[in-house]
Design a protein around this ligand. Structure first.
Ligand SMILES: [Zn+2]
Length: 302
């Protein structure tokens, strides 16, 4: 009797608890959808992204690079994620995006991040593997689940509006052979390949198309979920194609930054006499929310 009650209790707990990030990604892959990953520099962007995910009832990953963490606070963004989960019961996860230092990686794991992308894409393959292996070992020793993502192939490094394709970006596209070696030697959970994607937007012109057959070939070779970086400005058709072929997470940063900055300027102009931040910043939060809503609908097939 006591045994069966315990079983019911455990089953109920398992059913109602928040899924781990690994489970959330596996669930997305099984349904051929992707989890949206959006970067934040401050709490206004954070609240706008979380509001969009809550409105649609979908999970979301908040990303913060070392630069964004320096401005926002590594512990501060982790605290907001915890608050969103505990107070609002939302499936919000936190990723240390494009982490390029071992100290930064350790700080994020120690602060409670759910995932770390160690970005050794500009290093030699050997050094990249070495750095990612060190990240995997540190994440494993954390005593809780921390996913590690590795990046292969340089796709540019800044979420800005570029006049032209950044030098070297997208030239060394990831091959299934190199990806297999990288995944086997590092033991990563997630792979960010170079498949025609480039960080940022291009001024006055469309971005290059994604190499969908390459995504499919790499996905089949590595057998782990992949992450599409630089999805700002990509067509919905390309993003759908990429999700269908193996992308479990899709990153957007630049489109949020553009919407945020433009709307801050608008909010200041429209509230010239008002000094209350919660009035002149509102249009900026709403603009971010609208971008995220649009993207989440595409990623989740809604
Ligand atoms: Zn990225």
């Amino acid at each position: 009797m006591i045994f069966s009650r315990t079983c019911v209790f455990v089953a109920a707990w398992y059913y109602f608890r928040m899924k781990t990030l690994r489970e959330t990604i596996a669930d997305a892959r099984a349904r051929k959808v992707a989890v949206g990953h959006f970067n934040v520099s401050d709490s206004n962007q954070f609240n706008a992204i979380v509001a969009a995910a809550a409105e649609l009832g979908v999970p979301v990953i908040i990303g913060a690079t070392e630069g964004e963490q320096k401005f926002f606070g590594t512990h501060e963004v982790a605290a907001l994620v915890r608050a969103a989960r505990e107070k609002k019961g939302l499936s919000v996860y936190l990723n240390s995006d494009h982490t390029r230092t071992i100290e930064g990686m350790k700080a994020a794991v120690d602060a409670g991040f759910d995932a770390v992308l160690f970005d050794g894409a500009k290093e030699t393959i050997e050094h990249n593997i070495e750095l990612v292996k060190e990240t995997v070992a540190y994440a494993k020793a954390a005593g809780r689940e921390v996913l590690v993502e590795g990046e292969l192939g340089y796709i540019g490094s800044s979420s800005q509006v570029h006049a032209d394709i950044p030098e070297g970006a997208g030239l060394d596209m990831t091959t299934p052979e190199l990806a297999t070696r990288f995944v086997q030697e590092t033991g990563v959970d997630l792979l960010a390949p170079s498949v025609g994607n480039i960080h940022g937007l291009l001024k006055g012109r469309a971005k290059p198309a994604l190499d969908l057959p390459r995504i499919e070939a790499i996905s089949k070779a590595v057998g782990i979920p992949m992450v599409l970086h630089g999805a700002s400005g990509e067509t919905d058709a390309d993003v759908h194609g990429a999700i269908e072929r193996g992308m479990g997470i899709v990153h957007v940063n630049t489109e949020i930054r553009v919407a945020y900055k433009d709307a801050i300027a608008r909010g200041l102009a429209e509230n010239a006499e008002d000094i209350a931040p919660y009035k002149y910043m509102l249009p900026a939060m709403e603009a971010v929310k609208q971008v995220v809503l649009k993207k989440l609908k595409v990623f989740n097939g809604l």
